[in-house]
Ligand binder design. Structure first.
Ligand code: EPZ
Length: 418
């Protein structure tokens, strides 16, 4: 099993290029099911989750091949079956995003429910309510969602929570429905907006993505197109925090400024300096880190996927910070590992009180979600002596060659297989 070994204490300096967004790529990969014509996707990151999605799609009848480092060709001339099996959906929750496209393409789908994971129960009730509002007959049997509908009919969908996945599943179901669908209290994330751009390029009629009301006018068919996926704002934010926690100076190339406003504001409040430069963001920090309050919120608020990374940073701030996690019910597992490294953190329900600065000492650590893993790597970069991170497969789900990118910035980091 791979491990990552980090020797801390180096200020990271240099330039790093952000890969394509995992959370934009995953739903956009599923749009291959919505047309019998080939699609070409650019700026696709080489991640474990992308490989899992391609394996799932292959089982459904989607041919795919890489055309260069970051370009994928996909074609689904016809579905060969309509089932997303438990072993794949359990591995990657985003597999559940085939539900909408399968219903739209074939009128039936049998998709395993994802079950919980390390950060929470992660139910799919909003996805199911959404497709039911479009006329699908849905039942839950043996851990699978079984959905049928000759042809979906446009309807009004109210989402109790602005769920990213539910918004995306309903958009993909509605795009070929008869009539118009409105999704109210829709998620506004950039990844939802990128999916809408892809669907519209294919001939869909999606309006309002990025606002709380998305309107989808159903069309008869969609065509194959080429699309470039947006850069990964979470990877970009992770490198920005790496500059801040090590007191370095990093140019994060292709960092999507317009998707990072909450993160930039929070890092500046901490004392980091963020400047736009050459299509990216240059982040440096020389002054002492200042404590702040962080509250994770749906976009455009501070992203929950950067909460662990921010907690690592705030262990080095001079004073008391408070982090409130409002999106997932148990996303503080990294706090226990940071405490083992010497951090002073007290968890009270959905709130973590972080007192600093703490002298972090390297330790053997592990995490059970990919963003927590990144938080522990950032702590290792600031810690004295050596940190050894196990369960690296979580990291590989969402970060492309992270040890190479951090190593190129001067970090003493290596991947070992032991
Ligand atoms: C997406 O997950 C992302 N994944 C997550 O990133 C991200 O943390 C999350 O959005 C929130 O921003 C992808 O895009 C592939 P949600 P998703 O549905 O769609 C509750 C990462 O590290 N909810 O917006 O699953 C849910 O329990 C991953 O890249 C319901 O109650 O998130 C949670 O509390 C981690 N019922 C809240 O909504 C539902 O039917 C937000 O979940 C659906 C969700």
């Amino acid at each position: 099993m791979d491990r990552i070994i980090i020797s801390g204490g180096t200020a990271l300096r240099g330039t790093v290029r952000v890969s394509g967004s995992k959370n934009a790529a995953l739903p956009i990969l599923m749009t291959a099911l919505l047309t019998d014509e080939p699609i070409t996707l650019r700026n696709i990151p080489r991640l474990r989750d992308v490989a899992t999605a391609l394996k799932l799609l292959a089982g459904l009848g989607v041919q795919s091949r890489w055309q260069g480092e970051e370009e994928l060709w996909l074609h689904c001339p016809a579905l060969v079956q309509d089932e997303a099996p438990y072993d794949l959906v359990k591995t990657m929750r985003a597999s559940f995003l085939v539900l909408g496209p399968l219903l739209a393409r074939a009128g039936h789908a049998r998709v395993s429910t994802p079950g919980g994971c390390a950060i929470g129960a992660r139910p799919v009730n909003l996805h199911i309510a959404g497709i039911r509002a479009l006329g699908a007959r849905v039942r839950l049997r043996h851990g699978y969602v079984e959905a049928h509908c000759e042809r979906l009919a446009g309807g009004r969908v109210w989402l109790d929570a602005p769920s990213v996945g539910a918004t995306e599943n309903v958009m993909m179901a509605a795009v070929l429905a008869r009539g118009t669908t409105t999704i109210e209290n829709a998620a506004r994330e950039p990844e939802v907006q990128d999916l809408a751009r892809m669907l519209n390029a294919m001939g869909g009629r999606v309006r309002g993505a990025g606002s709380h009301v998305v309107e989808i006018e159903g069309v008869e068919r969609l065509r194959g197109v080429a699309h470039e996926v947006i850069p990964d704002r979470i990877e970009a934010g992770s490198f920005m925090i790496a500059a801040a926690i090590t007191g370095g100076d990093i140019l994060v190339e292709r960092a999507p400024f317009e998707h990072l406003e909450a993160v930039i504001a929070k890092l500046e409040e901490c004392g980091a300096v963020v400047r736009r430069e050459g299509g990216g963001l240059r982040v440096s920090r020389r002054a002492a880190l200042l404590p702040v309050e962080v509250r994770t919120l749906p976009y455009p608020g501070f992203p929950t996927d950067l909460q662990a990374q921010m907690m690592a940073l705030l262990t080095q701030a001079r004073g008391t910070s408070v982090i409130t996690e409002t999106i997932f019910e148990s996303r503080f597992s990294h706090a226990l590992e940071l405490i083992r490294m010497g951090a002073d953190i007290v968890i009270k329900g959905a709130t973590a009180v972080v007192r600093g600065p703490s002298r972090l000492s390297g330790a053997p650590v592990m995490a059970s979600d990919l963003r927590a893993s990144m938080g522990l790597i950032l702590a290792g970069l600031a810690a004295e002596n050596t940190t050894e991170l196990s369960r690296v497969y979580h990291l590989d789900r969402g970060y492309e060659a992270i040890e190479k990118k951090l190593g190129a910035l001067g970090a003493s980091i290596e991947r070992v297989d032991r």
